[in-house]
Design a protein. Sequence first.
Length: 417
Amino acid sequence: MKIKFITLGCKVNQYETQSLREIFLAKGFEETFAKADFYFINTCSVTHSADRKSIKYIRKAKRENPQAKILVTGCLAEKDKELIEKEKVDYIVPQSQKYKIPSILNLENKLNLENNLSLKITDFYLNRAFVKIQDGCDNFCSFCKIRLIRGKSKSRPAEEVVREVKFLLEKGFKEIVLCGINLGSYNYQGKDLISLLKLLVKIKSLGRLRLSSIEPQYVSKELLNLISSTEKICPHLHIPFQSGSDKILKLMNKKVKSSFYRELVSKIKKIIPDCGISADFIIGFPYEEEDDFKKTIRLIEEINPVRSHIFPYSERRQTPSFKFPKISSRIVRERKEIAIQVGEEASFRFRKSQEKKRFKVVLEENPKKGYSRGYTENYIRVLLKGAFPSKGICSKSLIPIVIDKVTSKITYARLLK
């Protein structure tokens, strides 16, 4: 039976799909990217756009093969099951019950997804391997429903994480991406994120680790010193700043002020001068006035993120901000376009500052003929001349490169011999 896996949303969702993919393939399913007999759709519900995309993929699957079986799971299936029920699919499995999917389908008695242990991950199309170390969140951001879906923060045992990382290294992966819903809150029996990182960097065969995302309050001086002291942890931090306005941050129920962000960025650049900072910003949050928006723009200009993720505010039922008065959609669209442009200009400034410097990348396929691409340690995506994989180099290897030329959109690099 041919199966197609469709995953929306965060790296945690990707990790969970991969865990389940191994079960299906072990039971004789054949994976396809074309018309399938069975569709596995792992949904996201972080924004309205994510909801719409999830429903779109359900409908697309039904059009592709009206006779196919369709299983829908993930965050949308947890709190908005009624939206999926209207689509008349065969199976709806809430996020909290995802670990039961094998037994629901009589594939296996039990999958240990509750502890998120997956030692069966193989290289399907990824050149970097994701390892989920934490789930859930203890924050109460007024705009976010993920805590309602995934519950309180819970962490995996450190020894499980170490064992899985070693397994992936044996499979040839050189870059391991640690992911979680609130990664910085990792704590298992007194071992926090820094303790876990110290265990992982001791693994001799480890190429490098990357943190997927971390809330600003968890970016401590100790963490920065650890990153700066070893080449095994990428000098890259993805931080959800969200806004540069103290008024908006308070309405978001954030526990820090914009001055904390500025001081943090100054500390990062002092300890790790070439650190790539990627960031999230929400535009058009309720009560956002022009001055609040300008403060966010100034923050982007000061940070110079290597990449800015600009999100228009998306109202979510069951969250406190759902009751707040909304801003005109026209104003939100206009501000979003301005923020995107400012973010691209900031990215250019940062990337330009890295010109002629040497890095290492893990190669990925690229649709542009004659080129491959990859990410540097500090998260600059470079375009590298040479067919993929280049000159017989394993796609999972760390390849030495130098940044040759930076344009407004593209960073060009060449292979170092």
